[in-house]
Design a protein around this ligand. Structure first.
Ligand code: HEC
Length: 154
């Protein structure tokens, strides 16, 4: 009886592990024909993600413009806004369907914007701030090289 319980617990753990792999780590993804991983999302989650992306692009534009003008206060404000994450705003279904590596890169990018805001706020000059922004943008480049999104379900 004890042995049977052990086997059942083991099977349960394996099943949970497999579920975690499929649901959390890999997300709702298929392999795309262009070599990138395609994340399949609901239409509204895709729209949410793309709107966040356009906001990031606007932030990058705002930060570079402010840095070029030497307006460090606005540059820091723009960077701070781009770094903000409100977990209550992110749809749970989106968090479920995105693969864990994409989420990590996404949160890392938010954090990098917050670091940039702090650094500008504590006196980093425009040239070094641009260097930091350029480094941060390797996340944009890297994620776009690996992932794209489509509406659908596996
Ligand atoms: C963690 C992954 C990830 C990061 C980091 C990321 N993006 Fe994206 N972005 C995506 C995905 C996925 C798409 C959808 C691409 C597709 O389907 O072809 C996208 C699309 C976009 C789009 C198109 C939006 C639209 O309406 O079609 C813009 C603009 C964009 N990203 C800007 C940025 C900028 C700027 C950064 C960096 C500050 C960035 N992204 C960082 C994943 C990311």
């Amino acid at each position: 009886m004890k042995k049977l319980c052990g086997v059942l617990v083991l099977l349960l753990l394996l099943a949970l592990g497999a579920m975690a792999w499929f649901l959390v780590i890999r997300g709702n993804t298929v392999q795309g024909e262009d070599g990138r991983t395609v994340v399949l999302l609901s239409a509204s989650d895709r729209a949410f993600l793309l709107a966040e992306m356009r906001a990031w692009l606007e932030s990058v534009q705002g930060i570079t413009e402010a840095l070029a003008r030497g307006d460090m206060k606005s540059a820091a404000e723009e960077a701070r806004a781009a770094g903000k994450v409100d977990m209550n705003q992110i749809p749970a279904s989106l968090l479920r369907d995105l693969p864990v590596e994409l989420k990590r890169l996404g949160f890392d990018t938010h954090a990098a914007f917050r670091t940039l805001a702090r650094e500008i706020g504590s006196g980093k000059d425009a040239k070094d701030s641009l260097k930091m922004l350029s480094g941060l943008m390797l996340n944009c480049v890297g994620c776009h090289a690996s992932y794209r999104v489509e509406v659908g379900r596996k």
